[in-house]
Design a protein around this ligand. Structure first.
Ligand code: HEM
Length: 450
C-alpha cells in the first residue's frame, strides 16, 4: 500500500500549460523525472530556475555557502504585508541580529520549560475530540495554534485575542493562498504582484491584535509580573553584540512568523501522520501501546519513551514535508553540474523531491518507520532529509516541533482510533503541503486497552 502521491504532468507541455498547472499546484505541475534527477533547469522567457536534488549541491547552498545564496526577496512577496521584517524574510546583518536574540529561547533547556504548556494543549485537543467522520486538518490546525499561544504567551486558543488571530489568519490564507509562486516567477515587471485590498486589511488587523498582546507583555515585563514563557524570554534577551532588545514593532514581526511558521507546519505534519496511521493500523496500535507511558503524568522525560511515535512522525515529515520547496537566489556566477548559473538565478531546493528521490532512498514512496534504523535510512537522514531545512537558516522551531509532534500524536492515539474513509486525500502545495479536499478520517474512542 503506497500513501497518496500527487499525479505528475506529462514530460513535454507548452509553457502556457506549465504556468497554468503551476498556478494550480506546484507539486502536480512537475514531471516524474524530477524524482530521479540530480538537477533540473526551468527555462521560460521570463525566468530561469534550477532545482537541485544532488545532496552535495544542497549542502553547498544551505550549509557551506549560505551567504552566497540568500533568500530571494520574492519569497516574501505574498507574506510581507503580514510578516513585515520578520526573521523568515530578512537577510544579512538584520537576520543575524534577529537570530542572536531568538535562538536562546528555543534551546534544549527552554524546551523542557515549555513542555507543560504543550502537554496542556495536547490534553485540551484530546478533550475536544469527538467521535465520527471528521476533517482532521481543521482539528490539528486548532491544536497547533493552541500550542503556539500557550507556549508563547501563556494563553489558550479560547482567549479572545488568540481566537481572533486564528480566524483572521484563515481569511488571510484565503485571500493569499499561494506562498511561493511569485518567488519562482522572476519578472517580467508587469506580472501582477499587488495585494488585494482584503489581503492588506486582514494583515493589518492581525498585526493590530498581535501588537495588543505584545504591548501588554512589555508592560508586564516592566512591572515584573510577566509569566516565564517564550515571549518573555525573547523580549528580555539582549543581543550579545549590541546589548539591545527587540522593540515592540520588531517583536510583532517575530510573533507573526512564530504563529504562522509554527502552527501551519505542525498542523500539516500532524494531519498527514494521522492519515498514515489510519492507513497502517498495525502501527497505530503499536503507538497506542507505547503511549501508555503518558499515564505517568506530565514529565519531559516521557519523550525518551515515545520513540516509535518519533519515527512515525519523522516518516510523515519525509513523505509530506510541510514546506515542500525553498527558494534561494545565487549572488555569484556558479557552475553546478557543468551548467553555468548566472547571478540572480533562482535556486530551488525541494524537500518534496529530495525526500522521495529514487536514486537515494530504499522504497522511496512507501511508509516504513523502521527505515531510520537501517544503513540506507541513516545515510539519507544525513544527506537527503531536510524537512526543517539545514545550515544557519535551519528552522528555529525544529526541536520544538520534534517534541510537539510526537507528544500530541501519542496523546491522540492513546485515546482515539483513526480509520480511513472512502475519501483519499490528494496532496497539494498551499502555504504548506495540504490535502486538496481535506483529510477525512473516522474517529472513535479507543475502548480496548491494547
Ligand atoms: C513540523 C513543523 C515545522 C516544519 C516542517 C518547519 C519547517 C521550516 C523550514 C523548512 C524552514 C526554512 C524555510 C526556508 O528557508 O525557506 C523554517 C523556518 C522557520 N521556522 Fe519552522 N518548521 C516547523 C515548525 C516551526 C515552529 C514550531 C516554529 C516556531 C515556534 C518555527 C519557526 C520558524 C522560523 C522563525 C523560521 C525562519 C528561520 C530563518 O529564516 O532564520 N517553525 N521552518
Amino acid at each position: 500500500m503506497i500513501p497518496p502521491k500527487p499525479p505528475v504532468r506529462p514530460e513535454k507541455v507548452s509553457l502556457l500549460t506549465y504556468l497554468r498547472l503551476f498556478r494550480q499546484d506546484i507539486l502536480s505541475a512537475q514531471p516524474a523525472k524530477l524524482y530521479r534527477a540530480w538537477m533540473a533547469e526551468f527555462r521560460t522567457p521570463f525566468f530561469r530556475s534550477y532545482m537541485i536534488n544532488q545532496p552535495s549541491l544542497v549542502k553547498t547552498v544551505l550549509n557551506a555557502r549560505p551567504r552566497d545564496f540568500p533568500k530571494s526577496d520574492r519569497i516574501g512577496a505574498g507574506l510581507r504585508p503580514l510578516l513585515g521584517n520578520s526573521v523568515f524574510l530578512t537577510n544579512g546583518a538584520t537576520w543575524e541580529r534577529q537570530r542572536r536574540i531568538i535562538d536562546p529561547a528555543f534551546e534544549g533547556g527552554r524546551l523542557r520549560d515549555t513542555f507543560p504548556a504543550m502537554w496542556a494543549a495536547g490534553q485540551a485537543a484530546t478533550a475536544r475530540m469527538g467521535d465520527g467522520v471528521q476533517e482532521v486538518e481543521e482539528l490539528t490546525s486548532f491544536a497547533a495554534a493552541d500550542v503556539i499561544f500557550r507556549t508563547l504567551f501563556s494563553i489558550p486558543i479560547e482567549d479572545r485575542i488568540a481566537q481572533a488571530v486564528f480566524s483572521e489568519f484563515r481569511d488571510y490564507q484565503r485571500t493569499q493562498p499561494i506562498l511561493n509562486l511569485a518567488a519562482f516567477v522572476k519578472g517580467p515587471k508587469w506580472m501582477p504582484r499587488l495585494f488585494s485590498k482584503r489581503t492588506k486589511e486582514t494583515a493589518h488587523s492581525i498585526r493590530v491584535l498581535i501588537t495588543e498582546l505584545t504591548e501588554a507583555r512589555m508592560a508586564q515585563i516592566k512591572d515584573g509580573t510577566a509569566p516565564d514563557d517564550l515571549a518573555t524570554k525573547i523580549m528580555t534577551t539582549a543581543d550579545p553584540d549590541t546589548g539591545e532588545t527587540f522593540t515592540t514593532e520588531e517583536m510583532v514581526d517575530q510573533v507573526a512568523i512564530f504563529f504562522l511558521a509554527g502552527h501551519e507546519t505542525s498542523a500539516s505534519a500532524l494531519a498527514w501522520t494521522l492519515y498514515l496511521l489510519a492507513m497502517f493500523p498495525d502501527w497505530q496500535d503499536k503507538l497506542a501501546a507505547e503511549a501508555k507511558a503518558l499515564d505517568a503524568g506530565c514529565d519531559f522525560k516521557v519523550m525518551s519513551k515515545l520513540r516509535l511515535s518519533r519515527d512515525v512522525f519523522r516518516e510523515a515529515l519525509r513523505l509530506y514535508p510541510p514546506v515542500p520547496m525553498m527558494v534561494r537566489e545565487s549572488k555569484c556566477p556558479e557552475n553546478f553540474r557543468d551548467r553555468a548559473i548566472k547571478p540572480g538565478a533562482q535556486v530551488v531546493i525541494s524537500p518534496w523531491h529530495l525526500h522521495r528521490h529514487t536514486r537515494l532512498w530504499d522504497n522511496p514512496d512507501g511508509f516504513d518507520p523502521t527505515r531510520w534504523a537501517t544503513e540506507n535510512g541513516k545515510q539519507c537522514m544525513r544527506d537527503a532529509f531536510i524537512p526543517f531545512s539545514s545550515g544557519p537558516r535551519v528552522c528555529t522551531g525544529a526541536g520544538f516541533a520534534m517534541v510537539e509532534g510526537p507528544l500530541l500524536l501519542s496523546m491522540l492515539v492513546r485515546n482515539f482510533r483513526f480509520e480511513t474513509t472512502e475519501r483519499t486525500p490528494v496532496p497539494v502545495a498551499h502555504l504548506t503541503v495540504r490535502s486538496k479536499d481535506g483529510i477525512w478520517l473516522k474517529i472513535s474512542k479507543r475502548t480496548d486497552d491494547a
